[in-house]
Design a protein around this ligand. Sequence first.
Ligand code: 5GP
Length: 177
Amino acid sequence: MPGNILKVDSFLNHQLDIKLLYEAGKEIALRFKGAGITKILTVEASGIALAALCGLVMEVPVVFAKKHQTSNLDADVYSATVESFTHGTTYNIRVSKKYLASNDRVLIVDDFLANGRALLGLTQIVREAGAELAGAAIAIEKGFQGGGDMVRRKGIRVESLVIIDKMDDEGNIKFRD
Ligand code: 5GP
C-alpha cells in the first residue's frame, strides 16, 4: 500500500491464521529459551494475536498496552507517547501498574517493526516499571526503515521472524536471507 505499508490482513491484521501464529509463537519461544521471561508485553490491537500465541507456548501472562483511557483501566498506569507509523499521529499507551512489576523479566512482542516508535514506547513502560527487558520479538521487520537497527544499537535484543529489505508498489518483496 502507499506509504510503505504492507497489508497482511489475510493472516495477521484482520483475519488471523492461528496455526501460523502458533508456529511463530513456538519459534519465538525457542529463540528466547532460557531467558527467564515472566511476562509478554504488546500493544493493542494488532500485536495481541501473536503475543497471545507466544504466551500460550511460553506459559506466561500476556499484557497489552491500551491506546485509550477506558473506564475499566486503572488510574494508576505506566504510560508512554508513541508516534503512529500507519496513521501519522501521536498516541499514548498505558499499562496498569498492577500488571507489570519490578521483578518481571519482559519480552516485548509486536506484529511490525518499522521506525521503532512502538517498540521504544513499550521499552519505556518496562523501564518505568523497573522491570528487566529480555528483548523484543517481531513478526515482520521492515529493515529498510531503520527502526530495528536503531533499537539494536541501544543494546536491545530484537528477534524478527522475517526482515524485508525492499518492497515496491507492485507487490515485489525482497526478504533478507
Ligand atoms: P513503528 O513504531 O516501528 O514505526 O511501527 C510499528 C507499528 O506500526 C506496528 O505496531 C504496526 O501496527 C504498525 N505498522 C508499521 N508498519 C506497518 C506495515 O507495513 N503494515 C501494517 N499493517 N502495520 C504496520
